[in-house]
Design a protein around this ligand. Sequence first.
Ligand code: ADP
Ligand code: MG
Length: 281
Amino acid sequence: MTAAAPAASPAPPQVLLAHHLRQLKLPTFLREYEKVAAEAAREGLDHVRFLLRLAELELIDRERRMVERRIRAAHFSAVKSFDTFDFTAIPSLNKPLTLELARCEYLIARDNVIALGNSGTGKTHACLALGLAACQRGFPVFFTAAGLVHQLMEARDERRLLKLQAQLAAVKLLIVDELGYVPLSQTGAELLFEIFSQRHERGSTIVTSNLPFEEWTSVFGNQRLTGALLDRLTHHVHILELNGESYRLKQSKARRRRDPRPPDEVAAAADPETGEIIRAS
Ligand code: ADP
Ligand code: MG
């Protein structure tokens, strides 16, 4: 007769607990429970308050993780907020309206926002900040600049246009930055028009442009299409006007005042967007 194999000793409860918490996707519970248990013992908290504290930590962390996920999914060109935006630098911008928009109620009303103004006045900064505010309040956002038209054309050629259109229609906020720098082909204009049409009254769109409305025909190349597009975009719209001196130019002038070396002693580079000379030092 062979001797019975010794019974496997059960896994210690910590190991099982860690496994279950991972399965339940409660990483903060897992990371914090020993520390919170020690605190609870010190403070004489009962088991309900101990669990409550852990649950609160998990909720706070989960919210933070979701905001981070939304920010990644938005594909922002940079993460910027109104905390670093100097409203005094751009008096043409309606500050109360901008801060009201940052509260995101326009997203519930499915209103659009159009930011117009010359180059370097903070249009991209402002729309990134509105996008960030939307992510922080739980709205899915997608940010795109001139590349959107290219993406749409590529998707059409690869027969996945419907999928991309569905994705763009599904986000609560679509940001199309810098419309107007490059004129669109007829197909490009039609594809972009379709996106705006599909989103009309279903979700909010933010558009920024260096061109006043009268000149949008030069981008879309077709008066009828431009009229129909403006009709949809401006149906429920908040307009932000950012006209003034370029913030970049102002900053580089201030830097030059602080550094009076002749220009050939200072490495200089041209801003690709505005052509203005930026000092590298
Ligand atoms: P635009 O999109 O209108 O060309 P940007 O938003 O790209 O301008 O602004 C150019 C640079 O200047 C960016 O780095 C931006 O963060 C900064 N900037 C512009 N306006 C302001 C402002 N009022 N306060 C702080 N930074 C600003
Ligand atoms: Mg810009």
